[in-house]
Design a protein around this ligand. Structure first.
Ligand code: TYM
Length: 333
C-alpha cells in the first residue's frame, strides 16, 4: 500500500516562489510515489474575509497553477476544500478537543494577531484544527510544506493522538512534514527581511505567473546594501536572502561565482541581480508558459474539479462514517 500524502495551499491569490519551492514542486515529485491528495484551501482563506469574487477567482487560479506546475489529475486527487463538507464536520468534532491555551500559543496565530489586531476571529484561532482535519480526513502521513507549517504538523499529531486516547482507539496516524531537500524550505522575500509572502508586500514576491519583465524589475529593486567592505564577511540578512534565492534557482557554479566575488569584495550587485532575475525567469518559464492555455480551458478545469471532488469525498465519507461511530453519533431509530 502506498503511503498517503495530503497538502494544500490557501486560495489567497497567485502562487509565488515560496509556495512553489516550499510545497508545489514537492507535490509534483511525490505524485509518482504516493497516494496524493492536493487541495485548494478556500475555507482557510476565509479568515481574511475575501470578497466572493476574489475567492472564486483565486480558487480557480490555484487549480490552474497546480496543473501548470505538472500535477497530473489522473495520478493524484486535486480538489477544492469546500467541495468536501466532511472536512468541516470533522473540524467541528476535533474542535471539542482543542484547547485555548495551545491554540493561542501557535506561532502563526501570534504573528497574525500582531499583524492584524482588529481581526482576531475564532477561525484564525482554530486554523490549526481545520488544517489537522484536512490531513486526518484522508489518514495522511506525509505532508509536503514549507518550514512555516512545521508547528501546525506538530499540532496535527497532538490532535490525532488526543482523539485516539480519548476514545481508546488506534485510529488516526501521525503525519509529518515532508520535503525532498534535507530541511524544510524557507524562501526569503525580496524586501530584505522575512519569508516571501503576500503579507510582506507584493514587492517581496515573485509569482509563477509574473512576466519576465516584471520579474526583472522586482529583482533589480530588491533590497541590498552598499556592498561588502571586508574579505569573507558575514552577509547581512538582505544579501543572504538574495544568495538563498540564487541557491534555489541557479546552478551551483553560478552561485559559487558570486559567492567568490562577494568574499573578495568584488561583487557588483547589478550583475548579481541580473543573473538572479534571468535564472528566476528560466526557472518559472515551464509553469508560466502553461498557465494561459490551461486557464482558457474551462471544460478541462470543470472535469478536473469534479473528478477530484468525487475522489476526495469518497475517502472523506469513509472517515467521517467511522469517526461518527467512534464518537457515538448515530441515529437512535
Ligand atoms: P499557505 O497557503 O500559506 O502556503 C502554502 C504552502 O507554501 C509554503 N510557503 C512557503 N514555503 C517556503 N518559503 C516561503 N516563503 C513560503 N511561503 C509559503 C507553506 O509552507 C505551505 O506549504 N496552512 C497552509 C495551507 C493548508 C495545509 C493544510 C497545508 C491548509 N490545510 C493541510 C498542508 C496540509 C498554509 O497556510 O499554506
Amino acid at each position: 500500500m502506498k503511503e498517503t500524502v495530503v497538502s494544500g495551499i490557501r486560495s489567497t491569490g497567485r502562487l509565488h516562489l515560496g509556495n512553489y519551492y516550499g510545497a508545489l514542486s514537492n507535490f509534483v515529485k511525490m505524485q509518482h510515489e504516493y497516494n496524493c491528495f492536493f487541495f485548494i484551501a478556500d475555507l482557510h482563506s476565509l479568515t481574511t474575509h475575501p470578497t466572493p469574487e476574489h475567492l472564486n477567482r483565486t480558487v480557480r487560479e490555484v487549480v490552474v497553477e497546480y496543473l501548470a506546475a505538472g500535477i497530473d489529475p489522473e495520478q493524484s486527487t486535486i480538489y477544492v476544500q469546500s467541495d468536501v463538507p466532511e472536512v468541516a464536520e470533522l473540524y467541528l468534532y476535533m474542535n471539542m478537543n482543542a484547547y485555548l491555551g495551545e491554540l493561542e500559543r501557535a506561532t502563526a496565530f501570534k504573528d497574525k494577531v500582531r499583524a492584524n489586531p482588529d481581526n482576531v476571529n475564532a477561525g484564525l484561532l482554530t486554523y490549526p484544527v481545520l488544517m489537522a482535519c484536512d490531513i486526518l480526513i484522508h489518514h495522511g502521513t506525509k505532508v509536503p510544506v514549507g518550514k512555516d507549517q512545521e508547528q501546525h504538523l506538530e499540532m496535527t499529531r497532538t490532535f490525532g493522538n488526543r482523539f485516539n486516547r480519548l476514545y481508546n482507539v488506534d485510529y488516526f496516524k501521525e503525519a509529518f512534514a515532508f520535503s525532498y531537500s534535507d530541511k524544510l524550505v524557507k524562501i526569503p522575500g525580496l524586501d530584505g527581511n522575512g519569508k516571501m509572502g503576500k503579507s510582506n508586500g507584493e514587492a517581496s514576491c515573485i509569482y509563477l505567473s509574473d512576466a519576465p519583465e516584471v520579474i526583472r524589475k522586482k529583482v533589480m529593486r530588491a533590497v541590498s546594501d552598499a556592498g561588502p567592505t571586508e574579505m569573507n564577511q558575514t552577509k547581512p540578512e538582505p544579501i543572504q536572502n538574495l544568495f538563498d534565492l540564487m541557491k534555489v534557482v541557479s546552478t551551483q557554479d553560478t552561485l559559487q561565482h558570486f559567492e567568490d566575488l562577494y568574499n573578495k569584495c568584488a561583487i557588483r550587485y547589478g550583475d548579481f541581480k541580473k543573473q538572479l532575475a534571468e535564472d528566476m525567469v528560466l526557472a518559472t518559464e515551464p509553469v508560466r508558459s502553461r498557465i494561459q492555455a490551461i486557464s482558457n480551458d474551462d471544460a478541462y478545469l470543470k472535469k478536473v474539479i469534479h473528478m477530484g471532488a468525487e475522489k476526495a469525498r469518497e475517502s472523506a465519507c469513509r472517515t467521517i462514517k467511522e469517526v461518527r461511530e467512534i464518537i457515538g453519533i448515530k441515529k437512535l431509530y
